[in-house]
Design a protein around this ligand. Structure first.
Ligand SMILES: Nc1nc2c(ncn2[C@@H]2O[C@H](COP(=O)(O)OP(=O)(O)OP(=O)(O)O)[C@@H](O)[C@H]2O)c(=O)[nH]1
Length: 455
């Protein structure tokens, strides 16, 4: 038998048991018998699990009788235990605890009550046990009457509740999300450390449960305060509305994602709402970085072929919708292989970067410049006719040619050939690209370092 420490168990309920309980006086007579069978019959009338322990002058405890209810509750049998010492019935650890309680009852000279966990043949049970001392004519406690009833359900419920609240506070403390719980009146009930780190809200507002002031405090921390507040109000109006992945841009540059849902128990009673805030700033930054990398040529930091093809298709649609012209330049370095061969690949790379910088510096914001691969580049010119495109191409050709490149032992220049094509009616992206390419090869074929327009 184990006494339950956590239950603040053992405490005396009757200071002078004999004087305050007349029924105990009555029992005193009935329970003076020395016959275990008679004793058992007496305690059978109690209708509650009961046992009698005899105390020898040298403080040995013998179990004299247990009643039927005790038998049912414990799985022990009167015939098996009557007349035996506690040490012969119980394991030494349990016997020691039980004897401590009996000794306390004798010491206090009054009824005591405590809760204990009993490991019985029928399983583990929580009991509330009462011990009442009986005195002989010499004033010595010679017998103890014990009664007990099971409190397993109540104790388990209490333990379960304690476990749940421990679990809950660990969840709250360890959660990577900021968590806020409001009640059915939208007053703040709970929040966690992470929530405080994400939002700058005076803690006394939270402590006071003041939902309105808390909302006022966070309102100025977001980029779109009106939309932010309206969204919260909408969710408060619609108790069962669930919110998933609502993005919140903070003024400090951080980005939060919110998940929220109403809290109802299994009976359908509405308890309030829980709000989870996740800081996705780092995730957003990484996604942006990955997107940039997926669309950018690392050497020249211009858009790559993939980004260009997306842009081309968008611009073609826009050009059709608004009936605006669209012109494409295909630009290729002349004899680039010989630059690599003469001056090395590193110098070849420098040439490509110089070319990209030169072109970029002459484009409008709306123009789209890309490296398609190797030494081939394209420039997409929205709202531009063939003639204007050709003029820009010529300007680009000249400015690239004008750049003096210097290697260790020589100075050199590079030239480019450019093909120009304007989007034709109903033309697909590949069609426009092919025509610009054909014009580029025509420029190469007719001597390089020139601009050629497609038909
Ligand atoms: N340094 C460097 N060279 C590159 C890169 N990408 C492609 N090249 C080289 O560019 C050269 C392209 O050669 P070709 O396609 O024969 O064309 P070209 O020598 O420019 O001759 P034309 O276009 O006919 O005037 C090859 O030698 C490639 O190795 C790069 O990123 N860096």
């Amino acid at each position: 038998m184990t006494e339950i420490n956590a239950m603040d168990a053992s405490r005396s309920i009757v200071k002078n048991g004999a004087a305050r309980q007349p029924e105990v006086n009555m029992l005193r007579g009935l329970l003076s018998s020395q016959d275990p069978g008679e004793l058992r019959e007496v305690i059978n009338y109690l209708g509650i699990a009961a046992f009698i322990v005899d105390v020898t002058p040298d403080r040995e405890f013998h179990l004299s009788a247990i009643n039927e209810t005790h038998e049912q509750m414990t799985g022990l049998r009167h015939e098996d235990v009557a007349g035996r010492t506690l040490d012969s019935i119980l394991d030494s650890e349990t016997a020691k605890r039980v004897k401590e309680n009996y000794s306390r009852c004798i010491r206090e000279g009054a009824a005591i009550q405590y809760e204990e966990l009993l490991d019985l043949p029928v399983g583990e049970k929580y009991w509330r046990t009462t011990l009442v001392p009986f005195y002989n004519v010499e004033g010595r406690v010679f017998r103890i009457l014990g009664t007990a009833y099971e409190i397993s359900d109540a104790v388990r419920l209490k333990l379960q509740t304690r476990y749940q609240s421990t679990l809950m506070s660990v969840y709250l403390d360890e959660s990577p999300d900021g968590i806020l719980v409001v009640d059915a009146n939208n007053e703040i009930k709970t929040w966690n450390r992470r929530f405080l780190e994400m939002w700058d809200i005076p803690e006394d507002i939270l402590q006071a449960g003041d939902g309105r002031s808390a909302l006022e405090a966070v309102r100025n921390q977001v980029e779109n305060p009106d939309e932010f507040v309206e969204r919260i109000m909408e969710l408060y109006r619609h108790l069962d509305q669930e919110e998933r992945s609502y993005r919140i841009d903070l003024k400090n540059g951080n980005v939060l994602e919110r998940y929220s849902r109403g809290l109802r128990d299994e009976t359908g009673r509405y308890w309030g709402r829980i709000w989870f805030y996740r800081d996705v700033t780092e995730h957003e930054r990484l996604t942006e970085q990955l997107n940039y990398m997926a669309r950018t040529d690392p050497l020249t930091e211009t858009a790559n072929r993939r980004a260009f093809m997306e842009e081309l298709s968008d611009e073609i649609q826009r050009s059709r919708r608004y009936r605006h012209p669209l012109t494409l330049l295909a630009l290729d370095v002349d004899h680039f292989k010989s630059v690599n061969d003469r001056f090395g690949h590193v110098m070849g790379d420098t040439v490509l970067r110089m070319l990209a910088d030169t072109v970029r510096s002459q484009l409008r914001d709306t123009d789209f410049f890309a490296r398609m691969g190797g030494e081939e580049f394209t420039v997409l010119l929205p709202e531009t006719e063939l003639k204007t495109g050709a003029r820009l191409a010529e300007r680009l050709r000249q400015s690239i040619e004008a750049v003096r490149m210097a290697s260790d032992d020589a100075e050199f220049q590079i030239s480019t050939s450019v093909g120009v094509a304007e989007l034709a009616d109903a033309e697909e992206p590949d069609g426009l690209l092919n025509r610009a390419d054909r014009a580029l090869y025509a420029a190469k074929a007719s001597g390089r370092n020139r601009v050629t327009c497609a038909d």
